[in-house]
Design a protein around this ligand. Sequence first.
Ligand code: SF4
Ligand code: MG
Length: 336
Amino acid sequence: MAMLDIKHLTTEFTTENGVVRAVRDVSLHVEKGEVLGIVGESGSGKSQTMFSVMGLLAQNGKITNGSIQIDGEEISPAVITEKKEYEAKMDRIRGNDMAMIFQDPMTFLNPVLRIQTQLIEPIINHNPGISKKEAIDRAIELMRKVGIPSPETRIRQYPFQFSGGMRQRIIIAIALACDPKIIIADEPTTALDVTIQAQVLELISNLKEEIDSSIIMITHDLGVVASICDRIAIMYGGKIVEEGTTDEIFYEPKHPYTKGLLSCISNPEELERKELHPIPGSPPDLLNIENNCPFADRCEHAMKVCKMAMPQAEKFSETHFCSCWLNHPYAQGKGV
Ligand code: SF4
Ligand code: MG
C-alpha cells in the first residue's frame, strides 16, 4: 500500500486580486521506502502541494478538493470537515508520522537552545517513559548517524556553533528522531554551497538504504533528484505534467517542459551540478488560470488545441505518465 496517496488535490489561495489556484487536481503516491522527487520552477505548486499535506498552508490557503492518505489514514480537510477533528489529527501526525526538512535550518532551529534540548524533545515525545539519559544517548547516536563528528561534546552546543551543512544534518537527525513514515524535504540543499550540498545529498542517499521512511524531495534542480530519487514528478502551473521512474524521466522524457529542463544538461557526469534555467518565458499566472495546457505560452510545439483544453494524462508504462496533446491520438498527424 502507498505510504502517501494523494488524489485530486486542489488548493486555492484567496487574494485581493482573486483566487490563486496553486495546486490543481494533483494525484501522487509514494510507496514505503521510496524516494519521490517533485521538480518544478518556483511557483509551480510543488511546495504548496506538500504544505497542503502537512496542514501548513498560509491563512488564506484552503484545500478545496481531494483526498490525502498517510498509510491508509485520511487526512484531507476536504474530507474531514470538522475543523477540531482535523487539527487534532494533524497535531498527532506532524512530527510523528511526517517530518519536514526545510531549506534554511535556522527557520527551524531555536537559536537560544542547545542542540541536545532540541534533539531529545521529539525522542521523548515519541517514546513516552524514556529516561532523559536514554534520550540523550539516542540523540548522540542519531548525530553520529548523520555524520556529525564528536557528538558527545557537540550536543551541548548551540546552533550558531555549527556550519550550514552541519545544521542541515541536525535537522535531518531531528526528522529521524521520531522514526517518521514520511520525510518531506523542501529544497534541503539549495542554501548550501556546492561541496556541502553534495555531502548532504550523499547523506540522504545513504540514509535511504538504512531507514524505511518514504522520502519526498522537492527541488527546482533536476541534478539533485537524479542521484537520489526512484521516481520523479514534474510540476508546472499547479499540475503534474509528467511522472515516471528516474530513468524514464531522464532517458525517455515525453513532455516538452521536461525536455526543456533536461536540454541544458549535455554531459551526464555534470548532472549533479547544473541549475535549470533553460526555458525562455515565465511560469503562468495562477490567478484565474484557464483550464488549458499551462505550458502553452512557452511551448514551441503549441497547437490550437493546447490553448483550448487541458490534455489528459497518457500512459506510457506502468510508471510513466504525461499530459501533453502531442502524445494524444487526437493531435497526432492532424496538425491541430
Ligand atoms: Fe506544448 Fe501543447 Fe504539449 Fe502543452 S499540450 S506541452 S502546449 S504541445
Ligand atoms: Mg518552494
